[in-house]
Write a protein that binds this ligand. Structure first.
Ligand code: SF4
Length: 348
């Protein structure tokens, strides 16, 4: 996996792009006018591992809320702006760490220039956030969608560059996964800026996680992408969880435990599904990276258990417990859960 090296920029205290770790983003789902609820959700997001949070700014009052929100949290905040460039100016005044502008609905060059001037003065990056759903119908109507998205982003990039502004990040999101992948692939070598990846409106957690994992995962595997956001119809911490699972699956980031569990089959010596769920529940309380294997029989059990930090390979009514590749005991099935957790504690 050779990573595309993009131009680095700072978003608040975070470095994005270049060889910096791929950053996990999410978005608040509270009403931005409800300042306490939005602050609480940002704090929840910080606790579950989110590194940058985007906040919707639908109107002037919401832009006015940002100053208080910003002062009360430590995560970098990106203001999400559509339609009205004055909201971007308000957000910048409130002290946000980044802007997301949708060129599909803020296209007026003068208006963009005013936002760019204010962002430049404060050294605040702008994400050019193209979304397939909000491309104007009149924009290159005969061109394939992915190419239209790329053209719109490049147009906006050229405009910002002509204003001597290069604190740029780009995203090209669509619901359709192949369109999303094609768009990012196309733009990757046409400009030097960091790419924020996402499959938009991906849906409820099960289907949305799969769509996002395929779209974001294919691109990351090709070395494309500097920040990611998984868009789910769910609490934003679900998005963060899935984002880290994608990064962990590709070996790009480590965070929290990894559970290896066999799917179970007619050879299983115990109810492996119930046991894996119980272990998973207990692992939620652990923040450090630890690999745990729960395996139903001797077919693949010993090798996977040996490969994990802590593993269980089940046999008839009992199982071998492994720690760091060595068998450390044999326990009866009624003690599996406790024995696994005891060994996990010993790896701390
Ligand atoms: Fe079946 Fe054993 Fe494989 Fe689990 S480890 S899926 S029980 S063969």
């Amino acid at each position: 996996m050779t990573r595309r090296i993009s131009r680095q920029l700072r978003i608040g205290k975070l470095t994005v792009g270049g060889d910096a770790p791929i950053v996990v983003q999410s978005m608040t789902k509270t009403d931005t006018h409800d300042i306490p609820a939005t602050i609480n959700q940002i704090k929840e997001l910080e606790d579950c591992g989110c590194e940058i949070v985007r906040v919707a700014v639908p109107d002037k009052e919401a832009a006015g809320s940002l100053a208080t929100i910003k002062k009360s949290v430590s995560l970098p905040i990106i203001a999400d702006i559509h339609f009205d460039y004055r909201l971007a100016l308000g957000a910048l005044k409130a002290g946000v760490d980044g802007l997301r502008l949708n060129p599909g609905n803020i296209g007026d060059k003068e208006q963009v220039a005013r936002v760019v001037a204010a962002a430049k003065e404060r050294e605040v990056p702008i994400r050019i956030g193209v979304n397939a759903g909000s491309l104007p119908a009149s924009f290159q109507p005969k061109t394939p969608l992915a190419k239209r998205m790329v053209s719109m982003a490049l147009e906006q990039i050229r405009l910002m560059e002509s204003l001597d502004f290069d604190l740029i990040k780009v995203s090209l999101k669509a619901f359709d996964v192949p369109t999303t992948i094609r768009a990012y692939q196309m733009i990757a070598d046409k400009m030097p800026y960091p790419l924020h990846l996402g499959v938009t409106e991906a849906g409820l957690p099960r289907t949305g996680a799969v769509r996002s994992a395929i779209g974001i995962g294919v691109l990351l595997y090709q070395g494309i992408g500097d920040t990611i956001r998984v868009s789910l119809s769910a609490h934003p911490c679900e998005e963060v969880f899935v984002a880290y699972e994608i990064l962990k699956s590709l070996g790009l980031r480590q965070r929290g435990p990894t559970l290896v569990s066999c799917p179970s089959c007619g050879r299983a010596e115990v109810d492996i599904i119930a046991l894996a769920e119980a272990v998973s529940k207990r692992l939620e309380k652990i923040a450090r990276p630890v690999k745990v294997a729960v395996m139903g029989c001797v077919v693949n059990g010993p090798s996977e258990a040996k490969d994990a930090d802590v593993g269980l390979a089940c046999g008839k009514g009992k199982g071998a417990i492994f720690r760091k590749g060595k068998v450390v005991g044999t326990v009866g099935k009624e003690r599996f859960l406790e024995a696994i957790m005891t060994e996990i504690d010993k790896t701390a």
